[in-house]
Design a protein around this ligand. Structure first.
Ligand SMILES: NC(=O)c1ccc[n+]([C@@H]2O[C@H](COP(=O)([O-])OP(=O)(O)OC[C@H]3O[C@@H](n4cnc5c(N)ncnc54)[C@H](OP(=O)(O)O)[C@@H]3O)[C@@H](O)[C@H]2O)c1
Length: 273
């Protein structure tokens, strides 16, 4: 069964479930992860320049034999490239490493102070040239959006943020929705730790699913895009086995109630890389 998609504000359909490849090693590990994800039915792959595995992602894609137009490939502009005003060159280098002519989505990885506006303009240009089918941002908070939006031509299609049961950022998600920006969840399964949340464990037991599956299903029903990472073919398959059950309204409310504003990754207002 094809994975569900969500319509971006430019009319492009984006799969709601994807494979993340942060900390997947360049070489066989990433190639195998990408190949098994695509074989299992994933069509969205999320990499970044800083993950240093774009070449392996490209090889995994080619090995799959799946037509390019059926795939949705995302990579991201690294902060140092934004600081050095080389967004355009960095994007073209990513395309080169991936062995692709175009990207489905290219993201500003972090809101680099004083630099994200100029970087966004470079992305708009590449979008106009057809090298990027959609452009978006990552780790932007409400106040970053307030700086960006009045000054640019193109509203970002996506904001990729840390989002999981313990960090739900309701005000940010609401603001993105108001603006027509799709929210994409990173570290969606709390880096494998959702099975340490007792309420999720009980819910999963009741539904005969795993805590990871229940968490990913919740994100799909919330209308998010979610990109769990795994380098293990069995877990990659299990993480996609979420389209034949549904959480009830009460189950959804239970998941919604678990937010403790706990960040696992860096704070977008205080990052030093
Ligand atoms: N934009 C950003 O700034 C940003 C930041 C962080 C991440 N991301 C993106 O988001 C993706 C996902 O986030 P993440 O990698 O931080 O964390 P995550 O997806 O929440 O968790 C990944 C961890 O969970 C384990 N895991 C996967 N499936 C599992 C399962 N079914 N049962 C138990 N453990 C499981 C993985 O190990 P195995 O590999 O051994 O299965 C890995 O250690 C990244 O890969 C990256 O693409 C973006």
């Amino acid at each position: 069964m094809p994975h569900p998609t969500i319509l971006l504000n430019n009319g492009l359909a984006m799969p709601q479930l994807g494979l993340g490849v942060w900390r997947s090693a360049e070489g066989a590990e990433t190639e195998t992860a990408v190949a098994s994800a695509l074989d299992t039915g994933y069509r969205l792959i999320d990499t970044a320049t800083i993950y240093r595995n774009e070449a392996s992602v490209g090889r995994g894609i080619r090995a799959s034999g799946i037509p390019r137009e059926d795939l949705f490939v995302t990579t991201k502009l690294w902060n140092q490239d934004a600081r050095e005003d080389r967004a355009r060159e960095a994007c073209l280098e990513s395309l080169d490493r991936l062995g692709l002519d175009y990207l489905d989505l290219y993201l500003l990885h972090w809101p680099v102070p004083g630099k994200f506006l100029a970087a966004w303009e470079a992305l708009e240009q590449l979008h106009a040239e057809g090298r990027l089918r959609a452009i978006g941002i990552s780790n932007f908070l409400v106040h970053h959006l307030a700086v960006l939006l009045p000054r640019v031509q193109t509203t970002p299609a996506v904001n990729q943020i840390e989002f999981h049961p313990r960090l739900q950022s309701p005000a940010l998600v609401r603001r993105c929705r108001e603006l027509g920006i799709v929210v994409e969840a990173w570290s969606p399964i709390m880096r494998g730790k959702v099975d340490e949340v007792p309420e999720i464990v009980s819910l999963a037991q009741r539904l005969g699913r795993t805590p990871v599956q229940v968490t990913l299903r919740w994100q799909i029903q919330l209308g998010l895009v979610t990109i769990p990472k795994s380098a293990n073919p069995d877990r990659i398959r299990a993480n996609a086995d979420i389209f034949d059950f549904e959480l009830s309204e009460a189950d959804m409310a239970l998941m919604d109630s678990l937010d403790t504003n706990l960040r696992l990754g860096p704070d977008p207002d205080h990052f030093d890389f």
